[in-house]
Ligand binder design. Structure first.
Ligand code: UDP
Ligand code: MG
Length: 317
């Protein structure tokens, strides 16, 4: 186990119909690269029979391992669990739904052999995803890129290969709100990419609901940038100056010009405007505070129900 060359980690949430095909393709690809590898499924509280499928695959193939989480913790946490349990010189993170073609691992591995610590798979085309999802993802990553002070690769998901160095660096990052692609970008190291066409999901439906996606998007921004906080404080500053000038003018108009401005419209507009800005600002601050709250509690990130891997958490530093 100690000197596996490659480890493949796969978060699984209700992917029963994809698992056999995925395993076949993975096995074929990785087996042609090395004999020393492990395939590690992290079952993230699936409600279908994914877990029994994984178990039966692991009984047939001694290179296959699993970590069964006690409930659904979410994709990023499932991958984080995988990163703690895997052990190899390099690790590939891949989705279970066959949107990421396993055959690409050959190219990722070749780049790794050239000396790169991170090789991510950059999406050329994205098949079978809604127009809205593609558009919001595109805008979001461009926004994020402007907010953070390091390079985040555009159009790359979590499909990537990382070296052992990167795995232990990630495992030493204590935040509870994981946003792995940005964490890996933040780490630096020698990074490269290969291009691929992202297929549509073979079976089942996306486990990423809009609310999960929103949470991930906020985690990405709050985890890596303070600019939203700066923005609202500057906005507050500008509006305060404007309001102060308005007050001076109102007093001046009342006493000096003796023409008190009547009118409900101006009052209600300004009250609603300020009210809106205040709620927005409190909301932004709230997003940061809720994350502080989660981190202060310092709970374990996930709970493991069962696993057949015995070098548990050897990567935690
Ligand atoms: N996934 C998971 N937990 C979840 C949601 C998804 O482990 O709560 C897994 C899922 O099985 C898949 C990967 O994460 O292997 C990507 O999820 P999905 O395909 O649903 O996301 P999308 O491709 O639609 O963004
Ligand atoms: Mg998918």
């Amino acid at each position: 186990m100690q000197d596996n060359e490659i480890s493949i980690i796969i978060p699984v949430y209700n992917e029963s119909e994809n698992l056999d095909a995925l395993y076949e393709r993975l096995h074929k690809t990785v087996h042609s690269l090395t004999d020393r590898y492990q395939i590690l499924f992290i079952n993230d509280g699936s409600t279908d029979d994914s877990m029994s499928k994984i178990q039966s695959i692991s009984e047939r193939d001694s290179n296959v391992f699993y970590v069964n989480l006690s409930r659904n913790f979410g994709h990023q946490i499932a991958v984080s669990a995988g990163l703690e349990y895997c052990s190899a010189q390099c690790t590939v993170i891949i989705d279970a739904d066959l949107q990421d073609p396993p055959e690409l691992i050959t190219e990722l591995f070749a780049k790794y052999k050239e000396g790169f610590d991170v090789v991510y798979a950059k999406r050329n085309k994205r098949e079978g995803e809604s127009f809205l999802k593609k558009l919001t993802a595109k805008w979001y990553y461009r926004l994020l890129k402007n907010l953070v002070s390091f390079e985040i690769p555009l159009d790359a998901g979590d499909y990537r290969l990382v070296s052992k160095k990167v795995v232990s660096a990630i495992n030493s990052m204590p935040e509870q709100n994981k946003f792995l692609r940005a964490q890996i970008a933040w780490l630096g190291f020698k990074q490269s990419y290969v291009l691929y066409n992202r297929d549509s999901r073979k079976h089942g439906k996306s486990g990423y609901t809009y609310s999960k996606m929103m949470r991930l998007a906020f985690d990405g921004i709050t985890g890596f940038s303070d600019k939203p906080l700066l923005f609202v404080s500057r906005l507050g500053f500008v509006i305060s100056i404007f309001s102060f000038l308005l007050i001076v003018y109102a007093i001046f108009a009342h006493f000096a010009l003796e023409q008190t401005i009547t009118g409900w419209t101006s009052l209600i507009i300004s009250a609603a405007f300020i009210g809106g800005i205040q709620l927005l600002s409190v909301g932004v601050i709230g997003e940061y505070i809720s994350r502080i709250n989660v981190n202060v509690k310092d709970r374990p990130l996930y709970i493991v129900d069962a696993t057949n891997i015995n070098c548990s958490k050897e990567n935690i530093v």
